[in-house]
Design a binder for this molecule. Structure first.
Ligand SMILES: [Zn+2]
Ligand SMILES: [Zn+2]
Length: 259
């Protein structure tokens, strides 16, 4: 049925319009309440035929068996929205709001509860220190509907997953990003000193001093800053050296002048 995509790893069917997974038990009600006008869901017979077809793939029924959840370093599962979430500091529970996380801490980890009254400041609010994460969930209610952590998608990918970008716009955005990255690389290279010179360029001074060899891959602005005089307030030692060199040059000059 074109309303659903199948995820073989987690053995679930995800409704691409509603952006959540539907269980075999919820399937008929889901079609009747959300997609009544879809050509393949208009009659009970059509819905039954679609269910029979989809049941040919292994399909998890969370009221009877536990779901497999992705490890926290997994990329987002296609077809499901990615939400900002908070990870419980004491277990793997993930919540979308601070209030829900506080309730979870009170219920599951009562030892973290802050004493009321004067000792208020003595124990910090543990919920406020919860780590921000990106999360998803398979089902919107019932068993196995808890959130799980995924790695945050790129901003472009996030728009695609949220359905605010068409396939063509997604490809266009990725191509534009690649071009921008390449142009930025080229612009950076132009700012750098290379040891390769143009075939017509002749500089006996550069050939003798070999400066390009020493300065290769450094930027012009970095090298220019090396020519600046030291700042006496921040670099007193360097200032003393510079003054010493200046005195030495002056004395050498006078020595030559006086023969
Ligand atoms: Zn749906
Ligand atoms: Zn917890």
């Amino acid at each position: 049925m074109d309303l659903f995509i199948y995820n073989a790893t987690y053995q679930i069917w995800i409704c691409i319009h509603c952006c959540y997974a539907v269980t075999p038990r919820q399937f008929n009600t889901h079609l009747r309440s959300h997609h009544r006008h879809h050509p393949a869901a208009r009659t009970a017979e059509l819905r039954q035929a679609a269910l029979a077809e989809m049941l040919k793939q292994p399909w998890i029924e969370p009221t009877r068996e536990p779901c497999k959840f992705p490890p926290p370093d997994s990329a987002p599962i296609p077809g499901l929205p990615v939400y900002p979430g908070l990870r419980c500091p004491c277990c793997s529970y993930v919540s979308r709001s601070l209030a829900t996380l506080r309730k979870h801490l009170e219920r599951i980890h009562p030892e973290t509860r802050r004493p009321r009254g004067r000792a208020f400041k003595a124990k910090p609010d543990i919920a406020a220190t919860a780590e921000s994460v990106s999360c998803q969930r398979f089902f919107v209610y019932g068993p196995e509907s808890s959130f799980f952590i995924v790695i945050p998608p790129s901003p472009i990918r996030q728009q695609r997953l949220a359905g605010t970008m068409s396939e063509a716009e997604f490809i266009q955005a990725q191509v534009n990003r690649d071009i921008e990255e390449r142009l930025a690389d080229e612009a950076e290279q132009v700012q750098q000193i290379t040891s390769q010179k143009h075939a017509t360029e002749v500089s006996p001074w550069l050939d003798l001093t070999q400066w390009p060899k020493y300065l290769r891959s450094h930027s012009f602005s970095e090298v220019a800053s090396l020519g600046m005089l030291p700042d006496p307030s921040r670099e007193p030692l360097l200032t003393a050296f510079a003054q010493s060199v200046e005195r030495l040059v002056k004395r050498a000059y006078h020595t030559i002048q006086d023969r």
